[in-house]
Design a protein around this ligand. Sequence first.
Ligand SMILES: NCCC[C@H](NC(=O)CCC(=O)O)C(=O)O
Ligand SMILES: NC(=O)OP(=O)(O)O
Length: 321
Amino acid sequence: MKHYLSISDLKNLQEAVKEGIELKSDPFSFDQLGKRKTICLLFFNNSLRTRLSTQKAASNLGLNTMVMNFGSEGWQLEYNDGVVMDAGKSEHIREAAKVVSQYADIVAIRAFAGLIDREQDEAEVVLNGFLEHATIPVVNMESSVAHPLQALADAITLEEHKTVERPKVVLSWAPHPKALPHAVANSFINMMKLQDAEFVITNPVGYDLNPKITEGCRIVNDQEKALENANFVYVKNWSSYRDYGRVLHQNRDWMMTSEKLGGANFMHCLPVRRNVVVEDAVLDSNQSLVIDQADNRTWAAQLVLKRILKESQLELHADKK
Ligand SMILES: NCCC[C@H](NC(=O)CCC(=O)O)C(=O)O
Ligand SMILES: NC(=O)OP(=O)(O)O
């Protein structure tokens, strides 16, 4: 694998999940693979899990890690070409990406959607800027439209906890006071399309996700109906896609409760707002898988970094021949 930008870069999800579970049982099996190599993690937005699990994964592989909160500590970057840079932007992506490529062997980037301009968000300006101008592999740590490390961790969690061959998995919208991105939901859907499962998306009218992503998926506006006989309920808020980036209403009655969850397992990528998105009783019950999901972020990241390092080794061999 050259880069990890979306779940489709894995080629075979089932094999990837198996490999992730193997790494979990033997975390230091490839601890020489990253020796004398460096990964640079660039954060344009906040993080707890992604930052620490990726750093831990890198450490398990013998990689050095450099972390930079680029959003608050880096120079403001210009991404457009031919601009007279006499306003707020101090540095161009053309130089920044090449400079980082000299210090590191892999660069990982977190850059959320701005949720103001849909076209601009879908152009993935930051991620694609690095992809175009960096000379090293690029890893997506949540971009405007995708969070593939989360989706891979979620696939591992589903595999570990499923008790039936073909589980029913429901992705349910939940209320939230802020406008949140679509990335987690998008990648979860793309991952679920590769699973043998009964998959249902439930959200209020006005909150349908990008139709290109939900194509072929069942979308139900009646949450109670959607939740019937579910084995896993993945809860997430997202802002409106149609009225791009808007919070249309709070819909408090969409909060996940023990009563609605029934016997299903509860999943959420975290961070989660208690008693807004989901009530305490759910998070504090043994039906909640959120801590396992966060654990699996390490093995998902480790699998991705392992594959990238293996590929770069192969390329090095090919260059020498
Ligand atoms: N990386 C996991 C989720 C990150 C982000 N959530 C947030 O920004 C929540 C912030 C808050 O609750 O204030 C999202 O939904 O994409
Ligand atoms: N789930 C997730 O990506 O968490 P962070 O935003 O804390 O990294």
